[in-house]
Design a protein. Structure first.
Length: 89
């Protein structure tokens, strides 16, 4: 597989120094930046998917008139929290 480059990134000396000070043993600045870009891409993809699912759900609710009350949602979340706390202890 061929590789491609990301455009050079101009930063202040202070930002570069801060990034370099946080590198882990054997980690390069290039690897650090690649990880940051990869994580941001994954985050943005997940956020976009979440928004799309929410909009689709809202559209379906408007069309069908089937809504879930806030009290029911909160009750279910509270139940999940109780179960999670029990598992954690």
């Amino acid at each position: 597989m061929k590789t491609s480059s990301i455009p050079p990134l101009r930063v202040s000396p202070a930002l570069r120094k801060k990034a370099e000070s946080l590198l882990e043993e054997g980690e390069t600045l290039s690897a650090f930046l690649l990880d940051a870009v990869t994580r941001n891409i994954e985050y943005r993809e997940a956020r976009q998917s979440f928004i799309e699912r929410g909009l689709a759900s809202a559209s379906t609710a408007r069309k069908t008139g089937n809504y879930v009350s806030a009290d029911k949602v909160i009750g279910k979340l509270e139940g999940m929290l109780v179960k999670a706390k029990k598992r954690a202890s």
